[in-house]
Design a protein around this ligand. Structure first.
Ligand SMILES: C[S@@+](CC[C@H](N)C(=O)[O-])C[C@H]1O[C@@H](n2cnc3c(N)ncnc32)[C@H](O)[C@@H]1O
Length: 199
């Protein structure tokens, strides 16, 4: 297939399969139990959610628990996936490792900054089956507190620059959750003002 058409097709369908060597590297650190965005052809774990899954075809309807791998569809709905990753880490104590486009200028990235740490990947990834590199940078976001030892995490530096958002350095807890909820109205009001400013 022509590369331009290939990139266009893949953008439209927003299915960017994780490079197997990157997944294997992360899996050796996190030992994933569940792939929450998959199909029979691209699943990375034996237990998976998505079209054709015997458990649930719609991951967003299912609770995420344990050590979870997430490479979501990169469409307009990506924010829902990242929000669920963040919330599942608090509600269920899940560890969720996400492969995401490093689009720090988007609204949904506000959730990504709530990760325990991030790794901004050096260079552009060649996604599964692609002949050329992606037209965007990627990052790995890790949500949760039940993390491997710091030494193991530091191995990620081989892939890129590790960033630990400072305000989440301490463990997430109920108090922070309540605080976030109490700020919701304030944030929605601010978002509304920002949106109307842009018009
Ligand atoms: C970017 S691909 C990732 C595939 C694979 N897990 C990986 O890491 O390479 C996104 C996957 O999400 C699946 N998907 C789309 N909507 C979904 C949903 N509502 N629930 C679960 N999976 C979904 C797609 O079928 C596709 O396999």
């Amino acid at each position: 297939m022509n590369n331009n058409i290939d990139v266009h097709f893949r953008s439209e369908n927003s299915m960017w399969e994780t490079p197997q060597d990157l997944f294997d590297f992360l899996n050796s650190i996190f030992e994933f139990e569940l792939d929450v965005a998959a199909c029979e052809q691209d699943k990375k774990c034996d237990t998976w959610l998505g079209p054709g899954s015997p458990i649930n075809e719609d991951s967003l309807q299912e609770e995420w628990t344990g050590r979870v791998w997430l490479n979501p569809p990169y469409g307009r709905g990506i924010g829902k996936w990242v929000q669920k990753a963040y919330e599942s880490s608090i509600r269920n104590g899940a560890t969720i490792v996400c492969l995401l486009p490093a689009r720090t200028d988007t609204k949904w990235f506000e959730y990504v900054w709530k990760a325990s740490f991030l790794c901004f990947i050096k260079g552009r990834l060649k996604f599964g089956g692609a002949e050329t590199s992606a037209p965007f940078l990627s990052c790995i976001a890790v949500f949760g507190n039940n993390l491997p030892h710091d030494l193991e995490i530091s191995m990620l530096a081989a892939k890129g620059t590790i960033v630990r958002p400072m305000w989440l350095y301490n463990p997430l807890d109920e108090i922070r959750w309540d605080w976030l909820e109490s700020r919701k109205e304030e944030r929605e009001a601010r978002d509304y003002l920002e949106d109307t400013d842009d018009e």
